[in-house]
Design a protein around this ligand. Structure first.
Ligand code: FAD
Length: 284
């Protein structure tokens, strides 16, 4: 398994499970394209809250393994799940040779009481470590601009440290466009000697409406100078994407210069935007 080393950044790409066979076929082509160019250390596959994509996540993991992916890391979220359901999933992943998990609480569905055996991601990590020791490399979520439900910045950071104490090996951040928020978060981790890599999550900018909608719910700020410019492009998608590529490539370059241990690309199941950023990084 690829581990983090200060001098060699580790890159990874995230997918969500497609809903149709055609979507799956397209995703496998995207994976091959990304694999050939970026050679990511792993591909991760998201998991719908409450297990809503449980079967499709597993199916996507199977397809990626059969498609020659270097390493695959399923996301696993615990909201609304029982211990026996999680145990069954862990057993399945162990039987498939999976060694890395992105371990989350998940978003609580609005129409559900989210009854289940776990309240927070740290409890899921405790359970995984109890169940399968050190079999899995555990990735967790980090929020440089704070999780939207957090009571205070201090308690949010304290809750993050709980996940590390429970046994997380590394973290991937929510996406951000304010580099200072990330650098400050990393500094706080260093101050308390957390000792795990915090990999920036990178969201390419390709669509104004979906980016703003998602950013409002997940608590990632789009700085005014970016939002205003994106808004001004209106239907001029080519200019918007060119500007988006400039902004995100510059962010990535600065992050690497500042010692970021890698990048996790939220590919949205598309190769082009991630590869455009990648090409720019390579040419720096
Ligand atoms: P937690 O770490 O449990 O934190 C959730 C909230 O609870 C925070 O506000 C935290 O401060 C608070 N908290 C934590 N512990 C305590 C405690 N002991 N007492 C009081 N408060 C506490 N969602 C999906 O549904 N599927 C996915 O595949 C998925 N993938 C993701 C991948 C990444 C890299 C990231 C950054 C997010 C992803 N998400 C995914 C979104 C994530 O599930 C949501 O942000 C969710 O709301 C929180 O999950 P968490 O694991 O960060 O939760």
């Amino acid at each position: 398994m690829t581990s983090h080393n200060r001098n060699t950044p580790v890159f990874s790409c995230e997918f969500f499970p497609p809903k149709t066979d055609v979507g799956m076929e397209k995703l496998m082509a995207v994976q091959r394209h990304l694999q050939k160019n970026i050679q990511p250390a792993f591909f991760s596959v998201t998991f719908g809250a409450g297990g809503s994509t449980r079967d499709r996540t597993l199916e996507t993991v199977n397809h990626l393994l059969a498609n020659g992916a270097t390493d695959v890391a399923p996301h696993i979220s615990c909201v609304g799940s029982s211990k026996s359901e999680i145990k069954a999933l862990l057993d399945t992943y162990i039987s498939k040779g999976i060694r890395r998990l992105v371990t989350l609480r998940g978003d609580i569905p609005q129409d559900s009481q989210a009854a289940g055996d776990f309240a927070h991601a740290s409890e899921l990590i405790d359970f995984i470590r109890e169940d399968s020791g050190d079999h899995f490399h555990i990735e967790v979520a980090a929020y440089p601009e704070y999780h939207p439900e957090s009571a205070t910045p201090e308690s949010d950071f304290e809750n993050f440290t709980q996940k590390v104490k429970a046994g997380a090996n590394s973290a991937i951040t929510q996406y951000f466009y304010n580099i200072d928020a990330y650098l400050r978060f990393v500094e706080k981790c260093e101050q308390v000697s957390l000792g795990i890599p915090v990999v920036p999550g990178i969201m390419p900018i390709t669509n104004f409406a979906s980016l703003t909608r998602f950013s409002d719910t997940c608590g990632a700020e789009i700085p005014r100078w970016i939002r205003k410019q994106l808004e001004a492009f209106q239907d001029d998608t080519a200019s918007l994407q060119r500007f988006g590529c400039d902004v995100v490539s510059e962010l990535c370059t600065r992050l690497l210069e500042q010692g970021a241990p890698g990048m996790h690309f939220y590919s949205l199941n598309q190769a082009e935007a991630t590869l455009a950023i990648w090409q720019r990084l390579k040419s720096v």
